[in-house]
Design a protein. Structure first.
Length: 135
């Protein structure tokens, strides 16, 4: 989701919801946070290369027959990608990303160890971009 704030930058946000259930295991979570993309010049009107950054906060709750794991997460994410416009306001997006994540985890019943964990991730992401407001 984005809002036009100038000729090239786009600001918006990220919202994520997850729910999984399998063989006595349930996982539910959410993430929310601001995001910004700076679109670079392109020879094609339908291809929009960009640099992006996002900061998200979220919570995940995992339950099974043996206990419960609750975690809070903070994620800083940078990306380089391209959006192929299908119409004036909708496009398919592919991006290379790097994420730095920090998790604080509470396990019930307690099993010991540090509740703080850091994780880095490098990967490819695909999705749909919607430009809701345009000048």
């Amino acid at each position: 989701v984005s809002a036009d704030v100038g000729p090239a930058p786009q600001s918006g946000g990220r919202v994520g919801l997850t729910r999984q259930r399998s063989d006595g295991f349930t996982s539910m979570g959410w993430t929310l946070g601001p995001a910004m993309r700076v679109f670079l010049r392109s020879q094609s009107e339908n291809l929009l290369p960009f640099l992006g950054v996002a900061a998200t906060f979220g919570r995940v709750k995992n339950e099974s027959g043996s206990g419960e794991i609750n975690s809070t997460q903070r994620i800083l994410d940078g990306s380089l990608g391209v959006t192929r416009l299908l119409s004036r306001q909708v496009g398919l997006t592919a991006e290379l990303f790097f994420s730095q994540m920090h998790f604080v985890t509470r396990v019930s019943p307690p099993i010991g160890g540090s509740p703080d964990n850091d994780l880095s991730e490098l990967g490819l992401r695909f999705g749909i971009s919607a430009f809701l407001l345009q000048r």
